[in-house]
Design a protein around this ligand. Structure first.
Ligand SMILES: NC(=O)c1ccc[n+]([C@@H]2O[C@H](COP(=O)([O-])OP(=O)(O)OC[C@H]3O[C@@H](n4cnc5c(N)ncnc54)[C@H](O)[C@@H]3O)[C@@H](O)[C@H]2O)c1
Ligand SMILES: O=C(O)C(=O)C[C@@H](O)[C@H](O)[C@H](O)COP(=O)(O)O
Ligand SMILES: [Zn+2]
Length: 361
């Protein structure tokens, strides 16, 4: 087992990474907890809920399960209410602990429920997708979607710990593995050129979930994310680089309807678009743009953006938390391994968006 530490003003906690972590969850529950509610979805529950509940029974605490419907389309206010309803009906108090067992959808929604129930109760992240293990379980962004924009209703709220069990990825569909790898290569692009090159060399092993490659990718991703959020928990500056590819990606997700493209697929494609915009705005060299495109394709994510129509693209992108005073701002790459955050000239942006129309998916 390896441990990566996250230290923010909102909370300090360990990320434990290793095989078999599901069986050791009892150690992560505080002694003074009055009850534990495992928040999960129907798919993950079928695989892992019994095992997790057996592990948590070792605490001797009152235990309940809240099972949500599965899918990005359910990351909304109605589903959030199912959690509040269950917590209130069962009279869980302020010393109850929520356990988010699932991918990023369960983690984000459970985290927001924890942030808001009785003005805040503790929660533990137990991520079960690659994407959640390398990204969403770390750093305390919690949210639900709004029909008009992705993650628009949420809070910064840190978990008390993250338990990453690498073994659970064995049941993950291949398409979800590809989506998770998009966020892995993101770290290389924004902050660690050597890690990007390592991903290029190990892409086949990663897609096959070879344990050594997988363990390295998860640990390095968590280290890099922990470094960034420990310096800027609330995205007042530096943290925005973690949003590389997301201005385009979130527009794809909300424009096509949540769940049509997976988050990681939309981010993968969005990173190719952001690399093209970096070429136009900052002179990122053509060979680097092609490296981005080639690796996104090699992990199994789409590289051709959908044709949403240029003005609709721009409308959708306006609903972005990085927009200020109506001005869109982008995370761009002067070179692989380094990111900056700035507005982009409209002509350059339109040229990138028009490629979605000229090369239909
Ligand atoms: N908070 C953050 O910092 C952050 C970062 C990245 C993404 N996100 C959010 O995370 C969400 C995407 O998360 P995701 O990619 O994990 O999707 P997801 O949560 O929808 O999970 C993907 C699918 O895999 C299933 N699944 C989960 N674990 C499984 C397992 N071990 N075996 C078999 N099936 C399993 C799920 O039931 C689901 O059908 C998006 O809503 C995105 O906005 C948040
Ligand atoms: O942790 C962050 O900061 C990120 O931006 C990570 C992203 O991968 C993630 O998708 C996040 O939820 C996007 O945040 P948002 O503020 O654009 O909703
Ligand atoms: Zn993301």
């Amino acid at each position: 087992m390896t441990t990566v530490q996250v230290d923010t003003p909102g909370g300090s906690y360990p990320i434990h990474i290793g095989p078999g972590r599901l069986d050791h969850l009892a150690h992560s529950i505080p002694q003074d907890a009055t009850a534990i509610a495992v928040v999960t979805n129907s798919t993950v529950a079928a695989h892992y809920a019994q095992r997790v509940q057996a592990a948590l029974e070792q605490t001797g605490k009152r235990l309940m399960r809240i099972e949500l419907p599965d899918g990005e389309a359910y990351k909304d206010w109605q589903t959030l209410n199912l959690i509040y309803d269950a917590l209130l009906r069962n009279r869980l108090d302020r010393r109850a602990v929520l356990v988010a067992l699932g991918g990023g959808v369960v983690g984000d929604i459970c985290g927001f429920a924890a942030a808001t129930y009785m003005r805040g109760i503790r929660f533990l992240q137990v991520p079960t997708t690659l994407l959640a293990q390398v990204d969403s379980s770390v750093g305390g962004k919690t949210a639900v979607n709004h029909p008009l924009g992705k993650n628009m209703i949420g809070a910064f709220y840190q978990p008390i710990g993250v338990e990453v069990d690498i073994d659970v990825l064995a049941t993950l569909p291949q398409r979800e593995v590809s989506a998770g790898l998009a966020e892995v290569i993101k770290y290389g692009l924004i902050i660690d050129a050597d890690f990007f090159a390592w991903c290029e060399q190990n892409v086949a092993a990663l897609r096959r979930l070879e344990p050594a490659a997988l363990a390295h990718a998860i640990r390095r991703s968590c280290e890099l994310k922990a470094q960034v959020v420990s310096q800027d928990e609330r995205e007042s500056g530096l943290r925005a680089i973690l949003n590389f590819g997301h201005t385009f990606g979130h527009a794809i997700e909300s424009g096509l309807g949540y769940g049509e493209w997976l988050h990681g697929e939309a981010v993968g494609c969005g990173m190719v678009q952001a690399a093209e915009l970096s070429q136009a705005c900052l002179g990122l060299d053509g060979a680097s743009v092609e490296r981005v495109r080639a690796l996104v394709q090699a992990i199994g994510c789409p590289v051709q953006a959908p044709d949403l129509g240029t003005s609709r693209w721009i409308d959708l992108m306006q609903v972005d938390k990085k927009t200020e005073g109506g001005t869109l701002r982008f995370v761009l790459l002067p070179e692989i391994g380094r990111a900056v955050f700035q507005p982009a000239p409209e002509a350059a942006l339109r040229a990138v968006l028009e490629r979605a129309a000229t090369h239909p998916a």
